[in-house]
Design a protein around this ligand. Structure first.
Ligand SMILES: [Zn+2]
Length: 259
């Protein structure tokens, strides 16, 4: 584990298909290996996102979810199997990573993210990927990211639609997630669409797209593909299918990101 993954032969081989891409290269792969990503929510978005982030060799992962694995999760939450039923998602996700690549450093939290503990949970992260299932947590995470100057990739999915957007509200000219949704959703009872239904593969698309966008953010300044695309919300329509992109302007009266 202490060997530099880029000089260790087995690691070189593991990431060879990244390194050979001019858009990533050795420098890009080295940046991924040194990155620390916090995943909030290990469900329909978090599961496939984690698979591709771990596959990309992201060296440090913090995995957060207060839920347990339920049979109805298996339709889309791809890291879990029947053996995980009833187990905490954070613990089961850590087990998945350990089996997949023991060289990755994993920290877990099985508590709920709140405005009180969010800052501590995201401290030191290069990126937070939020794929959780409720607005109260999303807004707490967003506010903490702005305060800590940590970029946020926010991803959501329901029925046949997904949304993935990158935010850097700590920058003077960039919006935050709160600029996008406003203040109306801080209450805990505004939980979204747990009972609404969702095509499992739709969660997979949104989750893997989030992993792709995460790599763009992490490689900014390190490799040609690095382009965070701040303030752009990509809307994935699984029925058409189609992809369109909205620009989220900074709200000058936003209480998350405006001074
Ligand atoms: Zn804002």
């Amino acid at each position: 584990m202490s060997l530099s993954p880029i000089t260790d032969r087995a690691r070189l081989e593991r990431f060879a298909r990244h390194i050979v891409l001019p858009e990533i290269g050795g420098a890009g792969q080295a940046a991924l290996v040194q990155a620390h990503v916090v995943l909030v929510g290990l469900g329909g978005i978090g599961s496939p996102a984690l698979q591709y982030l771990a596959g990309a060799g992201i060296g440090r992962l913090t995995l957060i979810d207060d839920d347990r694995v339920d049979a109805s999760n298996l339709q889309r939450q791809t890291i879990y199997t029947e053996r995980d039923l009833g187990h905490g998602k954070a613990v089961a996700a850590k087990r998945w990573v350990s089996n997949f690549d023991a060289a990755l450093e994993v920290t877990i939290s099985d508590g709920r993210v709140t405005a009180v503990n969010a800052a501590e949970l995201i401290a030191g992260a290069d990126l937070v990927l939020d794929g959780c299932d409720n607005f109260a947590t999303r807004l707490a995470v967003s506010d903490a990211c702005v305060a800590a100057r940590v970029p946020l990739l926010s991803a959501a999915v329901g029925r046949f639609q997904g949304q993935v957007g990158a935010f850097a509200g700590h920058l003077p000219d960039q919006s935050c997630y709160r600029c996008y949704v406003g203040d109306a959703f801080d209450a805990d009872d505004c939980d979204t669409c747990a009972e609404d239904g969702m095509l499992g593969a739709m969660a997979g698309w949104a989750g893997t797209f989030a992993a792709l966008q995460a790599i763009r953010v992490l490689l900014a300044g390190h490799a040609a593909i690095g382009d965070p695309q701040w303030g752009r919300m990509h809307v994935l329509d699984g029925l058409a299918p189609s992809l369109r992109t909205l620009r989220i302007a900074k709200d000058p009266s936003c209480r998350g990101c405006s001074p």
